[in-house]
Design a binder for this molecule. Structure first.
Ligand SMILES: C[S@@+](CC[C@H](N)C(=O)[O-])C[C@H]1O[C@@H](n2cnc3c(N)ncnc32)[C@H](O)[C@@H]1O
Length: 246
């Protein structure tokens, strides 16, 4: 197990990145992340109280609001939250520290959504503490919907990302830093993520007392108005649906 993430810095903790990300809606490969979520959420989740963990500039929070959820967006980056509030002045956006969420109300939420957040979180211990804290927020019937990049995202070409300049990604193991360049935003500096295998996600869920209910890996279709590259045959995203263990 590698843990060489000591130099890892949350890519979203600065103003330029936050402003660049704020302009992003659902272009190209991002469309695939969100396309199937309404159906997945309606299949697995009952009730409408939600937390959006790693809400960023609020794209994923506004998405949940449109589905009818009463949402609190939480994030570790003040810069990202400032942008979220600009788009949604009446919205509830709060800064949090790792694993400390009980002030939001343990046992009170039907859904904790986490989109692209664990891609930015280094280390087994922090991830386990965070997931345990998020699990405690759930009602007994509540679910966590956790969407992150597949390991294959970092070694293929996509409508929204290029990875060809980073051959070291091919040798990444769980906990390593991997890089890509986002093609849908003005800021073309490489984005750093934390690589995590599917098997190790499963171990993490079990360590945090969560049960994996379903996994979805959406692919692109030929009748969609996007210039898919790998998306036809390789899934860029994996969506885990989790419930509390006994
Ligand atoms: C790539 S953005 C995704 C934003 C949003 N979910 C979306 O889909 O547009 C990832 C977000 O996770 C946040 N984040 C990273 N580590 C976090 C942590 N430990 N706790 C809370 N938020 C975190 C970052 O600050 C950033 O805003």
């Amino acid at each position: 197990m590698t843990t060489n993430y000591t130099n890892f810095e949350n890519s979203w903790g600065n103003q330029t990145r936050a402003e660049s990300y704020a302009k992003l809606e659902f272009p190209n490969t991002y469309y695939l992340a969100y396309r199937d979520l309404p159906e997945i959420i309606s299949k697995h989740v009952t009730g409408n109280r939600a937390i959006d963990f790693g809400c960023g500039t609020g794209r994923s929070t506004r998405f949940l609001k449109k589905l009818g959820f009463n949402v609190t967006g939480i994030d570790i980056s003040a810069e990202m939250l400032a942008n979220a509030r600009k788009f949604d002045e009446g919205g509830d956006y709060r800064i949090v520290t790792n694993g400390e969420y009980s002030h939001l109300g343990n046992g009170q939420y039907d859904l904790v959504q986490s989109i692209f957040t664990f891609d930015n979180i280094p280390g087994w211990q922090i991830r386990t503490e965070i997931l345990t804290g998020l699990k405690d927020l759930l009602k007994p019937s509540g679910k966590i919907v956790c969407l992150d990049s597949t390991p294959e995202l970092y070694t293929n070409e996509w409508a929204s990302f290029t990875t060809k300049d980073f051959p070291e990604n091919w040798h990444a193991r769980t906990g390593d830093i991997v890089r890509d360049i986002m093609l849908d935003v003005e800021d073309r500096r490489p984005v750093e993520d934390i690589f995590w295998t599917v098997e190790d996600y499963h171990k993490l869920f079990s360590d945090a007392g969560l049960i994996l209910e379903a996994t979805y890996t959406p692919l692109g279709y030929s009748d969609e108005p996007f210039e898919w590259k790998s998306e036809f045959s390789i899934a860029p995203w994996m969506i885990f649906v989790l419930r509390r263990g006994m």
